[in-house]
Design a protein around this ligand. Structure first.
Ligand SMILES: Cc1cc2nc3c(=O)[nH]c(=O)nc-3n(C[C@H](O)[C@H](O)[C@H](O)COP(=O)(O)OP(=O)(O)OC[C@H]3O[C@@H](n4cnc5c(N)ncnc54)[C@H](O)[C@@H]3O)c2cc1C
Length: 431
């Protein structure tokens, strides 16, 4: 297929990858509408991509070369061990291979943004307030067409397409609209309004700090930069690993636990607290958790985090009932929100872009394209959500008696969570 006009709503990881994939595949006009006015790169946190997925994504062109990445090799599960042989760093209960590379969100985004071809128009400060299908679907047209009653269909439109409404009041019409607008997607509200985020019942605290500061802790339990440490405690886990940063290695951590008790805050609503918004009460609760549950070395390490670099956010997941409807199509977190335990979100967003580019090259019409995309990506999101729910249950909601577990029991516990899946970090795309 050649030509056509496409709007990509959202210009983050999925949005940049889709813009690049569409332009390279032959779309005539690609516009990215991103509501953020300032620098997206300032959001930076760590994330990981599975090595096999990274190789596939580099081969498909979705993951540009030259983006800073830090190699991780193994994952060590430790418990607090007061007075035991494990010492300040805790007692090792299991070690498993962890073939991933870690990224700094801002550096990954910058690499994807720089790869967007110059012909794409990337408009910042453009908040989309709604989208709608237009025109009459062709007979037997793509997945989701049968759900047309759920959508506003503009009477008298010139043919099938989609309209985008902007906060300015302007309305723009395109042949195809991609919703790459994240977990609170406006596009998803039009594609499947019945699909809603589910609160997992717990939150994650996360932060990062300059890895050089670990030297302040005395060095006795210094982590190997290639090792991920998972601190295990009753009712939660904390994953700690090095990431590349703009000025050298940083330590990134994500701690999952029950919501903090603060009468003024609600965690059953998909809101996050931006950096710097940690209240003194929340900071005190985090400090108490580290003191009570963590091996002393790791408690002191996390306490090195500047409160301005500390976030707390509720954990949600969401399975979209469908990923396409008429000329609307969902991508990345807009299509499925996966609990972070699976470390698959960025890889999945880039796979979505690969699938669309592949579908574009093989399709003779937009209807065929959306059908192919739904077939290729619909099941992928559901599988990831289901796996991450099992991981979350086992690692946060119903934690085992960690201190009593040995390596053999840990390995069996892990296989139970996978339930036949080959591993975490996402699956290979079907050919
Ligand atoms: C704690 C945590 C840890 C994680 N760890 C990992 C990990 O280890 N590995 C991994 O692969 N993934 C991880 N993820 C997930 C990963 O960050 C995302 O899955 C991935 O970045 C895909 O994001 P996206 O581009 O689809 O959405 P987002 O990054 O949410 O981007 C959506 C974009 O759309 C814009 N937007 C939203 N609404 C509108 C609108 N109405 N109009 C215009 N623009 C709009 C937003 O400003 C934003 O730029 C983690 C997530 C969390 C929360």
């Amino acid at each position: 297929m050649q030509g056509g006009t496409v709007a990509v709503v959202g210009g983050s990881i999925a949005g940049c990858a889709f813009a690049t994939a569409l332009a390279r595949a032959g779309a005539g006009e690609v516009v990215v509408l991103e509501r953020t006015r300032g620098r997206l790169a300032d959001r930076g946190v760590g994330l990981c991509v599975n090595d096999e997925r990274a190789v596939e994504l580099a081969a498909s062109g979705a993951l540009p070369a030259g983006i800073a990445a830090h190699r991780l090799e193994r994952r060590r599960w430790v418990v607090r061990d007061p007075g035991g042989a494990g010492g300040a760093g805790g007692r090792l209960i299991w070690e498993q291979p962890f073939p991933f590379h870690s990224y700094h969100w801002g550096l990954l985004w910058r690499g994807l943004r720089e790869a967007v071809p110059p012909g794409v128009v990337y408009r910042q400060g453009e908040a989309v307030t709604g989208v709608a299908r237009t025109g009459t679907p062709a007979p037997g047209a793509g997945a989701g067409a049968g759900a047309g009653a759920a959508f506003a269909t503009t009477a008298g439109a010139r043919g099938e397409g989609a309209e985008v409404r902007l906060a300015s009041g302007a309305v723009e019409r395109y042949d195809l609209v991609v919703g790459a607008d994240g977990y609170r997607s406006v596009v998803r509200a039009a594609v499947c309004p019945e699909s809603r985020p589910h609160f997992a019942g717990y939150v994650c605290w996360r932060g990062n700090f300059d890895a050089a500061r670990l030297a302040e802790l005395g060095g006795a339990a210094d982590p190997v930069p290639e090792a991920v440490t998972t601190v295990c405690f009753p009712g939660g886990t904390c994953v700690i690993y090095h990431i590349p940063g703009p000025e050298g290695l940083r330590v990134n951590w994500v701690l999952y636990a029950a919501p903090p008790q603060d009468g003024r805050l609600r965690f059953d609503d998909p809101t996050s607290f931006p950096p710097g918004a940690l209240t003194p009460e929340l900071a005190a609760q985090l400090g108490a958790l580290l003191e009570r549950e963590f091996p002393p070395y790791w408690g002191r390490a996390l306490a090195l985090t500047d409160p301005a670099d500390t976030f707390v956010q509720p954990i949600y997941d969401l399975e979209a009932a469908r990923t396409t409807a008429g000329r609307l199509l969902l991508a990345g977190d807009a299509a499925s929100v996966v609990r972070p335990h699976n470390t698959s979100g960025a890889a999945k967003a880039l796979q979505d872009a690969t699938a669309l580019a592949d579908g574009w090259r093989r399709s003779g019409s937009f209807d065929e394209l959306v059908r192919r995309y739904q077939r290729a990506r619909g099941p992928a999101g559901r599988e990831l959500v289901a796996l991450a729910r099992r991981l979350g249950r086992a690692q946060v909601e119903r934690t085992p008696d960690w201190a009593a577990m040995n390596a053999r029991q840990m390995a069996a516990w892990w296989q139970e969570q996978l339930a036949g899946a080959p591993g975490i970090g996402g699956q290979a795309m079907a050919p």
